[in-house]
Write a protein that binds this ligand. Structure first.
Ligand SMILES: Nc1ncnc2c1ncn2[C@@H]1O[C@H](COP(=O)(O)OP(=O)(O)OP(=O)(O)O)[C@@H](O)[C@H]1O
Ligand SMILES: [Mg+2]
Length: 223
């Protein structure tokens, strides 16, 4: 089977500092990968390259069969919203909207117009996948941190991305809540999407299918 993502020899420097010196990474459908590494090692930089927020200086990037190493920005932006779901340490929810409306925002922004009934069905399915369909009408200030992060994960999943990219999604949560969020993310890969999870937590990393470490600009096996 063709991997979802194949990076080879990816290099990146930021303001004269060589951050990535030759990253190789293959992600298959349904595979959950953890990336560990000390602060400043380039984990977020790597995620932003995978998620097409930024471009590598060298190397190659295949998304499925497509070589997207040097895609014009407009097409990269279209791919970014069609193929990737993002989860961050901060939830970035809109406080005045309900959980369901927050999730629906991802459909309005990314998929043009969908009939209301279809949109609602997708939103509820996404909330259900992360176990909070019953909180659909709640606004973020009434939700716990873990619940808010699950809304953010539902928002990332609602467009059925090929790849889920999570940058320290448990950084703002206590251990127990963090474990739950990690399980929700891992569970999402059962429907076939790939997951790259950046984390400082070895225990969380160990729940993934593979654990990699970013060190001196390259990715290697961590266990
Ligand atoms: N926009 C930028 N311009 C210049 N340097 C940057 C930029 N973004 C990040 N860097 C530098 O690149 C290096 C890698 O940063 P990055 O954010 O990828 O690390 P990280 O592994 O995610 O760290 P952390 O675990 O603290 O989140 C750091 O030295 C950082 O200071
Ligand atoms: Mg980071």
């Amino acid at each position: 089977m063709i991997p979802l993502v194949r990076l080879s020899g990816i290099t990146k420097s930021l303001q004269g500092n060589q951050i990535l010196t030759g990253v190789d990474l293959t992600v298959h459908s349904g595979e959950a990968i953890a990336v560990l590494g000390r602060s400043g090692s380039g984990k977020s930089t790597l995620l932003s390259l995978i998620g097409l927020f930024d471009r590598p200086d060298g190397g190659s990037y295949l998304l499925g069969e497509r070589n997207i190493t040097r895609l014009p920005e407009r097409r990269a932006a279209a791919l970014r919203s069609a193929e990737f779901g993002f989860v961050f340490q901060r939830f970035f929810l809109l406080k005045h909207l309900t959980a369901a409306q927050n999730v629906a925002m991802a459909l309005v922004n990314g998929q043009g117009w969908l009939p209301r009934r279809k949109r609602r069905a997708k939103v509820m399915a996404a909330l259900d996948r992360v176990g909070i369909a019953h909180l659909a009408k709640h606004r973020p200030p009434r939700l716990s941190g873990g619940e808010q992060q699950r809304v953010a994960i539902a928002r990332a999943l609602v467009r059925e991305p090929r790849m889920l990219l999570a940058d320290e999604p448990t950084g703002a949560l206590d251990t127990e809540t963090g474990n739950l969020v990690i399980d929700v993310l891992h569970e999402a890969t059962k429907e076939g999407c790939g997951l790259v999870l950046v984390t400082h937590d070895w225990e969380h990393a160990n729940r993934m299918d593979r654990v990699l470490r970013l060190s001196e600009g390259q990715l290697g096996e961590a266990r």
